[in-house]
Write a protein that binds this ligand. Sequence first.
Ligand SMILES: C[S@@+](CC[C@H](N)C(=O)[O-])C[C@H]1O[C@@H](n2cnc3c(N)ncnc32)[C@H](O)[C@@H]1O
Length: 310
Amino acid sequence: MTDIHAEPTRTGLYGEPPAELVEIPADARQCSPLIPGSAALEEAPERTLDRFILAAPGGLQERRHVLALALKALKPGGDIIAIAPKKKGGQRLAGDLESLGCTDVSISSKSHCKIAQCTSPDDLTAINEAIAAYGPRLDEDLGLWTRPGVFAWDRVDPATALLMDTMPDLAGRGADLGCGLGILAHRVLQSEAVTELTLVDIDRRAVEMAWRNVGDDRVKVRWEDARTGLQDISGLDFIVMNPPFHEGGDENRSLGQAFIKSASKLLRKGGKLWLTANRHLPYEATLDDCFSSWTKPADQGGYKIIEATR
Ligand SMILES: C[S@@+](CC[C@H](N)C(=O)[O-])C[C@H]1O[C@@H](n2cnc3c(N)ncnc32)[C@H](O)[C@@H]1O
């Protein structure tokens, strides 16, 4: 186990590092954008914390951004402990921290992870450069605000593209479950007959980008778990979604099934679900259980589109 000093500390925490690799103080402040209600790392006061413990993300730009923000939140000389699976960024942790100006990086290995530990440098030049380089930006090709870490942050997902091409113009009150950057919402809102659209995502960065991308009088954004939240919403006319099927890097088919169950609770009788998914994902039995009927208006390129009627 990584040694944590016994002294009381002001500790920042990002994500859920494996408990067997690092001891996490009970009062550590969670800053993951993937845990609704957490503090925003971007807003952490500079140079205040004694320690930061991170489950470092796998994506290079996202990881460097998070490490830079964490280092800036630390007092000069405050220490950072960053953990990542060897095959998901762990091998690069030392280089990442050195590129941010850290000079005393030590690395250990345990349970297929790399654990990097060092102190925050006095000089913030490289840290500030990384914060600027890897943060939110307007992507001219996508025509959307985006940032590394959000799903399909630098491309249009092909399953999403197929749904945008297939679905008709919608009308009334609806929701986009797992909205990401708001790309489906952008398409839905082109219909003036849409009167209200609630965008939901478990990733705070996604709902922030989505608001920048499609925020208008008809739009509400919610940083929530679509499986358990939205208790105050019912009687919707339509739902669009490209549900997630990965959790912690591993395929999890129950996620999409839970999204379908949530959609059925949110829709009015006769309301429509427009869903896109990889063809192999087993959603048909859940659709049979939760909807009166469903059809498959498109099935191409490894993706399927489902139109289900509540
Ligand atoms: C496949 S992506 C689709 C994103 C966007 N709709 C698109 O088509 O590009 C699934 C989205 O669901 C979000 N997500 C994952 N688990 C969630 C949950 N439990 N509740 C709400 N959103 C979730 C992810 O953050 C991600 O943005």
